[in-house]
Design a protein around this ligand. Sequence first.
Ligand SMILES: *[C@@H]1O[C@H](CO)[C@@H](O)[C@H](O)[C@H]1NC(C)=O
Length: 159
Amino acid sequence: MKTTSLFLTAGLLATSLATPLTPRADDKKIVAQEFDVSSFTAGCVPHGTQCSISFDVATNQMPFQTHCTFTGAPLGSSSLPDVGFAAGTCADKTINWSFRAVANGDAKPFAYEFALVDSEQSLAASKFFIAQAFPLVNAGSSYYQTFTGEGRFVVHGQE
Ligand SMILES: *[C@@H]1O[C@H](CO)[C@@H](O)[C@H](O)[C@H]1NC(C)=O
């Protein structure tokens, strides 16, 4: 036992002594490519003329959350419209995002894609939701679309 820990200590010491004090130019910082999204809500108001998407997001390099929102007219009478990167904005201007329905031709969407870009970090990531996460809810005399999934999730970038 004692011998093992002695060897271990010696090994650690040797390792730390071998580590250069200044990082070499070719050392790359390994940072997880991800956006941590919370309080995600999306939906349209029944009988409304308005839909909105809202969430908070943080990244490894931007640990303090920034708030992001979009408000706009529905697609048709009740569906979330596509939101382009220029319209999907955040309080922190380095973050842009988009949201779009994914459909075959003019068929009903089978998925939704939510994408985020951090221009300062050259970081981009997107997440697909199944269409069922955005159901049309019957409000009696009308329908409205709303997000029913978990409002907290991580969006991973390309490796
Ligand atoms: C990102 O959002 C800002 C506002 O926060 C906007 O001015 C800019 O045009 C957007 N960038 C892109 C690429 O759409």
